[in-house]
Design a protein around this ligand. Structure first.
Ligand code: SF4
Length: 388
């Protein structure tokens, strides 16, 4: 972005700095031609799936090596070379590494944990289509992802690619949507819908766009984080022609906030696609104010709105990522009023069994008496306001 860089010798603005340069590559990939490295197809073909693959990039601990074996029947492993490049090669506590490398803790199932914590199967109305809220529906079009996130809520589906719906079954989902005029908002999810080929993805979006009562189409994808090269100029242009389209993504940590990711988000925004970030609160990864704030400010600079801060769901095998509720409330309290309201997401828990999202807020109301509401502001000061 030459126009944003100022005169020679001047310090780069944060806006220009975000998109400047490239993520350094691990030695194992240093010789890969740039045209391959930035090709999403090359990245997909060369994903790291086995212990030996990952050991080309990071030093696995004996615990991590054992966990590969112990968890292999439960959840797949795949990491794009790009996402592996974000990992600290020697620190097992690295926040990127913890999101992608198996851990023995995934074998622990707590008393509250469920396979399907959000009751998505209970509300299936067609193969791969959940209709739980009055005017929104959730459509799973693939069970593949470039990187399999260890904290995935939908492990039950993503762990089993054969459970994904086939193209003929899509027709049943589309027929349901076409015959339910109350559905005005469809979330295209999975897995990651950007795992489909361009033509299949565009076929999905076009088919939805042809249904007159569907106003909002959201693509739920982690590709801006794990494979930002996926959003090629051509694909973005073709998607934009089917707009308005919303892209909901999932940045969790500043290590994921790279120049490649920034360029991806800006390409989407420049084309007129609206983007939003759905961060998951993860113990030891982003469960502090400074980390959440850094990610939120970074995504905002790319014109992507911090939308949700999710409490990690009660899914089996992700209990070690879950934080106490008070941690999330404290983070919101420390953001609200202290930074732009646009940088403050909704902190939500998804009520078990299909109860839907419930937004949690730090208590601002201190009292209601004699027609007066007493509220606490972000500095902890009390103020009165007439109740009516
Ligand atoms: S990209 Fe999404 S669906 Fe895929 S593993 Fe990660 S969290 Fe799960």
């Amino acid at each position: 972005m030459p126009g944003q860089q100022g005169p020679p010798g001047a310090a780069l603005s944060a806006i220009a700095r975000d998109v400047a340069g490239e993520t350094p590559r691990p030695a194992a990939f240093a010789e890969v031609p740039a045209a391959d490295w930035t090709s999403w197809r090359w990245q997909q073909r060369n994903r790291l799936r086995a212990v030996a693959d990952l050991e080309r990039v990071i030093e696995l601990t004996s615990g991590e090596r054992d966990a590969f074996e112990a968890t292999s029947g439960r959840f797949r492993v795949a990491v794009t070379p790009y996402y592996a490049a974000l990992m600290d090669p020697v620190d097992p506590a690295c926040p990127v590494r913890r999101q992608a490398v198996p851990s023995a803790a995934e074998l622990t199932v707590g008393p509250w944990d469920r396979q399907d914590p959000l009751g998505e199967e209970r509300f299936l109305v067609a193969p791969g289509l959940t209709h739980r809220y009055p005017d929104r529906a959730l459509w799973y079009v693939t069970h593949n992802c470039p990187v399999y996130c260890r904290h995935c809520t939908r492990k039950r589906k993503v762990a089993d690619p054969t459970s994904a719906t086939s193209r003929p079954q899509w027709d049943a989902a589309l027929a349901y949507l076409a015959s339910h005029p109350e559905v005005r908002d469809v979330l295209v999810s999975g897995g990651d819908p950007l795992s489909l080929s361009d033509d299949r993805l565009l076929a999905v979006v076009s088919a939805l766009r042809r249904i007159p009562h569907i106003e909002v189409i959201r693509l739920c994808t982690r590709n801006p984080v794990t494979l930002p090269f996926r959003f090629t100029e051509d694909l973005v242009r073709r998607l934009a022609s089917l707009g308005p389209l919303f892209v909901h993504t999932h940045f969790n940590h500043p290590r994921e906030c790279t120049p490649e990711a920034a360029r991806c988000l800006r390409r989407l925004a420049d084309a007129g696609l609206s983007t939003a970030n759905q961060m998951v609160l993860l113990s030891g990864i982003n469960d502090d104010v400074a980390t959440v704030k850094r990610v939120n400010h970074w995504v905002l600079r790319q014109r992507c709105r911090p939308y949700y801060l999710f409490q990690a769901d009660l899914a089996e095998g992700i209990g070690h990522f879950r934080t106490p509720i008070q941690v999330g409330l404290d983070i919101i309290a420390a953001l609200r009023g202290h930074t732009s309201g646009m940088a403050v997401p909704h902190y939500v828990v998804d009520a078990p069994g299909g109860g839907g999202k419930v937004a949690l807020l730090p208590d601002a109301v201190v009292g209601r008496a004699d027609g007066v509401l007493t509220v606490r502001n972000y500095q902890g000061k009390l103020f009165e306001y007439p109740l009516a």
